[in-house]
Design a protein around this ligand. Structure first.
Ligand SMILES: Cc1ncc(COP(=O)(O)O)c(C=O)c1O
Length: 314
């Protein structure tokens, strides 16, 4: 739909007013407003329009049917899950990003360089080496860990003389083994399945009384698995587990990874940002020794997920 400049401004100002009222009123509303079944049905079964809706009609539909029923995560008393609240500057800048609608697969335009900058900032915040490392913004924690674990798989198979990008997983003769605590986010199992390794390749490691991965169990599993013909290649550690916020012993895990020639991936999608709190910083010691980290930065102006990989892994 092509809008005149005047029409764009009129609708844009209206949308800003809607967003401002929505954010201002949020704390005064119930945390969650369940939709009536009839409202759910009305929304799901809207007929495919034969003609475009006008801008006014679209905004009215949003005001009447969508905005009254948020998930609840913007409310100050939302304690249900870990989903972060909206970031006001992100609301504003996302509109500008949409106005530019850049394709960041490559090219020589500002968004590319901004992404490089944001990735470096994230590395610096975590004390991750910026030299010899690379990263990218992803759509969220699941996509970030999937990408990182693909890099881990590529690295491990490369050591066995298999170029997985060329040969795919059909050529794998080794039974790859990846370790994670039972507290790890479900996206790790999904990633392992998507990467063609099969969920049976996950060695689930028990947790201690603080919900942290047990190092003794891990060492024993690596030893026994090797004896049984597995090829251990990766450890996934929590830097703030989704269930309890538990942070695995990252420094010790980095040491195990080094001595056992394993890739260490840290899932910090929920918790890694807490490294900025001086009361918590020490809990993250060793995170900078990981081979890859998935971290979320939804309070930053751009992007909702990120991941970075150190190319000099192992
Ligand atoms: C620790 C952890 N890892 C991964 C994810 C998945 O992130 P996303 O929902 O952005 O894919 C979450 C989501 O809450 C999480 O808390």
């Amino acid at each position: 739909m092509q809008l005149s400049e005047e029409e764009f401004r009129r609708l844009g100002y209206q949308a800003v007013d809607m967003a401002a009222s929505y954010l201002a009123e949020l704390p005064r509303r119930p945390v969650f407003q369940r939709m009536e079944q009839s409202e759910q049905q009305a929304l799901m079964n809207m007929p495919l329009p034969v003609a475009p809706l006008s801008g006014d009609e679209i905004l009215r539909l949003l005001a009447e049917q969508i905005l009254p029923h948020p998930m609840g995560n913007g409310h100050p008393r939302f304690f249900g899950w870990v989903n972060s609240p909206p970031a006001m500057m992100a609301v504003i800048t996302e509109m500008l990003a949409a106005a530019m609608n850049p394709s960041c697969a490559g090219g020589d335009h500002a968004a590319i360089y901004l992404e490089h900058c944001v990735i470096r900032w994230l590395m610096q915040l975590l004390g991750f080496p910026t030299e010899g490392s690379a990263g990218l913004l992803a759509s969220g924690g699941s996509a970030a860990s999937l990408t990182a674990l693909a890099a881990a798989r590529h690295w491990a198979l490369g050591q066995l003389g298999i170029d997985v990008r060329k040969q795919g997983v059909c050529g794998i003769h080794a039974k790859l083994r990846i370790y994670a605590s039972t507290q790890v986010h479900s996206c790790v199992q999904k990633a392992v399945e998507l990467l063609g390794l099969g969920s049976e390749s996950i060695g689930w490691i028990r947790i201690d009384e603080d919900f942290r991965l047990s190092l003794d169990e891990l060492r024993q599993a690596i030893r026994e698995d090797r004896q049984q013909g597995w090829h251990p290649f990766c450890i996934v550690a929590n830097a703030g587990s989704v269930h309890t916020g538990a942070i695995d012993p990252l420094d010790a895990l980095a040491a195990v990874a080094l001595e056992s020639n394993l890739w260490l991936h840290v899932d910090g999608a929920y918790g890694a940002g807490a490294v900025l709190d001086s009361n918590c910083k020490a809990l993250f010691a060793g995170i900078e020794r990981a081979d890859s980290i998935a971290s979320r930065s939804s309070q930053m102006v751009i992007g909702s997920g990120g991941m970075w990989v150190r190319f000099s892994a192992g």
